[in-house]
Design a protein around this ligand. Structure first.
Ligand code: NDP
Ligand code: 8X3
Length: 251
């Protein structure tokens, strides 16, 4: 392969899609998600600038994760960069009335899904004694906000897993980075509010929210840093946001 290989989960929209686009000139790409039509569209958009493989799987399904990664040819299995991005919030409810289905989705996708993908890819990095894992956490993994309960718990788990990975993989020369964004205008709130797009839009009204491209730009900076430089844990917020709960809005 002429270029290193990046494996990006959640590439069908938002941060993952923007990251795929920004990394395309310098990486061969394995783009993943459940929506096959979007993967094919992105592949045809990017194929002029790089080689692209698509993998369609649900990160909750460990057998599907393993089978998809196993289906890659031996050249494509030498993954240099893993961007663990797939994830969402489901609901924004007080703990006493939250839905168990939403809780299961967030723990299964954001935590267990990230682990399943990592489990399939890390052994190759360990064997080659090289690689970089970028885990997409959140400001919700650093703080808790009202009604955020289980989403915040899932992202606190990502924060802990990220720190654990960095310790355990240190002796193999593998870099591990956590990227923790504040409010980014993607399909995130449409998913959180289950298609109530009016409610989703209000999340990003009255200030300049981060865009997916801002996070992709940070990821490019992180992965292109010199070999001896590791950005271990980065919080990125819109200027209008001070922390998880304080946002200066002009409404
Ligand atoms: P989007 O909803 O735009 O993208 C989510 C991506 O995750 C999609 O590509 C989706 O693909 C994929 N995904 C979701 N569930 C699954 C699943 N079960 N199996 C496989 N893929 C799945 O949101 P963002 O781009 O904003 O979110 C990306 C990451 O960034 C998430 O981890 C999120 O928690 C985090 N984040 C987002 C912030 C924001 O404000 N937007 C702030 C902080 C962190 P598909 O549906 O095709 O499977
Ligand atoms: C996404 C940002 O503030 O909605 O992780 O939790 S927030």
């Amino acid at each position: 392969m002429d270029k290193p290989i990046a494996f990006i989960t959640g590439a069908t929209s938002g941060i993952g899609e923007a990251t795929s686009k920004i990394l395309a000139p310098n990486f061969n790409l394995i783009i993943c998600g459940r929506r096959a039509d979007r993967l094919e569209k992105l592949k045809s958009e990017l194929k002029a600038s790089t080689n692209v493989e698509t993998l369609e799987f649900d990160v909750r399904d460990k057998a599907a994760v393993d089978k998809s990664i196993e289906s890659l040819s031996s050249d494509w299995k030498k993954i240099d960069l893993l961007v663990n991005n797939a994830g969402n919030a489901h609901g924004l409810d007080p703990i006493q009335s939250g839905s168990v289905e939403d809780w299961d989705a967030m723990i299964d996708i954001n935590v267990k899904g990230l682990l399943y993908v990592s489990k399939a890819i890390i052994p190759g990095m360990v064997e080659r004694e090289s690689g970089h894992i970028v885990n997409i956490g959140s400001i919700a993994g650093k703080e808790v906000y009202p009604n955020g309960n289980v989403y915040c718990a899932s992202k606190h788990a990502v924060d802990a897993i990220n720190n654990g990975m960095r310790m355990d993989l240190n002796s193999y020369g593998i870099k591990v980075t956590s990227v923790n964004p504040g409010l980014v205008e993607t399909e995130f709130s449409q998913v959180r509010f289950k298609g109530d797009n009016q409610r989703a839009d209000t999340v990003y009204k009255g200030y300049d929210a981060l865009q997916a491209e801002d996070i992709a730009d940070l990821i490019r900076y992180i992965v292109e840093a010199p070999k001896h430089v590791l950005l271990s844990d980065v919080i990125i917020l819109p200027t209008a946001q001070a922390n998880a709960t304080i946002i200066k809005k002009d409404l």
